[in-house]
Design a protein around this ligand. Sequence first.
Ligand code: GDP
Length: 352
Amino acid sequence: MANKENNISINPNAQVIFNRKKSAPISVGDLMIGIEKGDRYILSKAITLVESNQIEDQSIANQLIDFCINKKPESLRIGITGTPGVGKSTFIDTLGTQIINENHKLAVLAIDPSSNISRGSILGDKTRMERLSMNLNAYIRPTPSADNLGGVARKTRETMILCEAAGFDTIIIETVGVGQSETAVYQLTDVFLLILQPGAGDELQGIKRGIMEMADILAINKADGERLSMAKFAKAAYTSALHLFQPKTSNWIPKVLTCSSTEENGILDIWNTIQSFQNLTIANNYKINKRNHQKLYWFEETFQNKLLNFYLENKEIADYKEELEMKILADTVTPFLAVDKLLQKIIDKYQK
Ligand code: GDP
């Protein structure tokens, strides 16, 4: 204590100077102007506020989102998924460079729920997307940390809105197939790409059927060197597998394409296919309908999560739920009757 007082008496302004530096106050108005101007430093500050769990940061973030939501340009949101090692970052580096060469501004965001647990398989320590990370027309932002996938998805969606308001007209959101993360990316984007790599005869193994169904474009990467013939085989196998699925409501017939991200072969073809998808779905209103549907999806998801948390924060209800869980395991109550009992408890408590 004496030490602390001594320190202050040595330099009474130290604390003030430190505070001023640390908080470097930027008003909400400055943040809005900076975002509109496409100032990357301000954009990063704003995203940090969106990612923050502090109540006061969240209130500023909400004002920013409100402001930005009407500022966004016509944008294209691309979802990309694939297992680790399939070549996602190399692919995005090559595709992204192509996109920027056509005078677009690109933001790359990631959803990686595993990163909170295992220190990340996406955007981890290794340098990814070397060319994009040096390009001023690209903005790369790693996965926000959050306790659950819903939290990560919300932060990613809000980050995307800020990036769009800052003039990034093309957004790539990538994920590895962990939990329901592909569904989250699907619900955030306009077009969905599944990246695969050629394997020897076991093409369809290990790919969740639901992901194949969601995909608009299947890209078989690493179609080079001795893998070239395997890639052609994989293309035929996936093309015939896709015939088994229902036609898409977008009227788009999913395409299977081969590419080499390292040799930069086939990437332009994939970009052209993404644009064909975009043109078709703008013309037939699928894009706008999907985006509207997504807004309601996130409303519903967030509402259900928050409602559940609201009730379970009440100790009496949380305890009763635990008690019911024990009874379910002991077969003294069925899961369905237990739900009715839990609901009745909630009604009794909150109707008073
Ligand atoms: P991610 O984990 O899905 O992001 O995969 P990476 O982009 O980190 O790639 C994993 C490995 O595959 C790296 O060694 C890449 O150099 C390699 N790779 C990526 N794309 C290609 C490609 O088109 N051809 C070949 N031969 N190797 C590739």
